[in-house]
Design a protein around this ligand. Structure first.
Ligand code: WQD
Length: 344
């Protein structure tokens, strides 16, 4: 399988995955509508890989666009990233999240089935475990959605399970990401969230680069080693390599739908991440410990042993690597892919 369709390939994880796919010798076709990404990310992908990307600006939920794309290429597999991913936004705009996230999955799967392209790697999330009671979390943990974003991922997974049960040609790999952070070591590709970042690392780095005054640490009274919540932060390049690994073993996998946790297996507290970032940045990050954020879990980290064994993949980058590479990107590009402060 030499040509891979990457939906949302201009996004944070998608663009890093394109770099690794090109480096592994795959030809890459990207469809992206730039809802939460920039064409400059694809320019960076081509510069970093030294190879061209075939690109179509479009929406995965638009049927004629997708049919036209599949008529032009013989895709060996699809990696589906394109989705909205902000938890808070999903709670205020659930219908937009379901229409986009689930609608695009339905459209994509129908066109894949029609054209006989039956290999899919799906960008899922640890959010499908909801408020897991047991950590580390393995793939047999109960699934529950605690917000519309998570439910859109869970429903998408269920749709894929049903399709695989109905059509034995399909092989679907569900990659459940834990907390993606970091950036390409070149500093030329990284996370570029629109508006005020929901997530810890981008917000922290925007404080460090002077775009924000201080970091609010949500909760200092959790029953953890320093009172702040624990997460499994994983370097985006490790995550990208997990997708290449999944493609590499597709031929060995039985038909059907298989989940894999992509995490390091190590939990870090908020303050441990802040301290690792401060060591890299070389100065303190202004912060204030405030009340807990609604919906947050105390501790979430992966048992990645199934991915280690079956995908023959393992995260190798540590918290220092994540902070070093994220800071390298943020300090070189304080406003991400745009040149200066957003014009208000
Ligand atoms: C991490 C920790 C916050 C911001 C989310 C999605 C999940 C996945 C990863 C897509 C928590 C604390 C945060 C801040 C803080 N995304 N925090 N101050 O919530 O674990 O997971 O992103 O798949 O689906 O739910 O990530 O980075 O928002 O929070 O103290 O300004 O940092 O309370 O403990 P989260 P996060």
């Amino acid at each position: 399988m030499s040509t891979v369709l990457v939906t949302g390939g201009a996004g944070y994880i998608g663009s890093h995955t394109c770099v690794e796919l090109l480096g592994a010798g795959y030809d890459v076709v990207v469809i992206d509508n730039f809802a939460n990404s920039s064409p400059k990310a694809l320019e960076a992908v081509e510069a970093l890989s030294g190879r061209k990307v075939t690109f179509l600006e479009g929406d995965v939920s638009d049927r004629p666009t997708l049919e036209r794309l599949f008529s032009r290429h013989d895709f060996g597999a699809v990696i589906h990233f394109a989705a909205f991913k902000a938890v808070a936004e999903s709670m205020s705009e659930p219908l937009r999240y379901y229409a986009n996230n689930v609608g695009s999955v339905l459209n994509l799967l129908e066109v894949m089935q029609q054209t006989g392209c039956c290999n899919l790697v799906f960008s899922s999330s640890c959010t499908v475990y909801g408020n897991a009671q047991v950590v580390p979390i393995d793939e047999t943990a109960p699934l529950e959605a605690v917000n519309p974003y998570g439910r859109s991922k869970l429903v998408s997974e269920e749709i894929m399970r049903d399709l695989c049960a109905a059509d034995p040609r399909f092989k679907v790999v569900l990659l459940r990401y834990f907390n993606p952070v970091g950036a390409h070591p070149s500093g030329e590709l990284g996370e570029d969230p629109r508006g005020i970042p929901d997530n810890l690392m981008p917000y922290l780095m925007q404080v460090a680069v002077g775009r924000r005054d201080k970091l609010s640490v949500f909760g200092g009274d959790y029953p953890t080693r320093d009172g702040t919540a624990i997460r499994d932060y994983i370097h985006v390049v490790d995550l990208a390599l997990g997708h290449v690994a999944a493609l590499g073993v597709l031929d060995e996998l039985e038909p059907g739908c298989q989940p894999f946790n992509l995490g390091t297996g190590t939990g870090s507290t908020v303050l441990e991440l802040v301290q690792a970032a401060q060591r890299v940045i070389g100065r303190p990050i202004p912060l204030e410990i405030v009340g807990r954020r609604d919906g947050d879990s105390v501790a979430v980290w992966a048992d990645p042993s199934r991915a280690n064994a079956v995908l023959r993949w393992r995260a190798t980058r540590n918290l220092h690597d994540m902070c070093r590479d994220h800071w390298n990107w943020q300090s070189k590009h304080p406003y991400g892919f745009v040149d200066g402060p957003p014009r208000t």
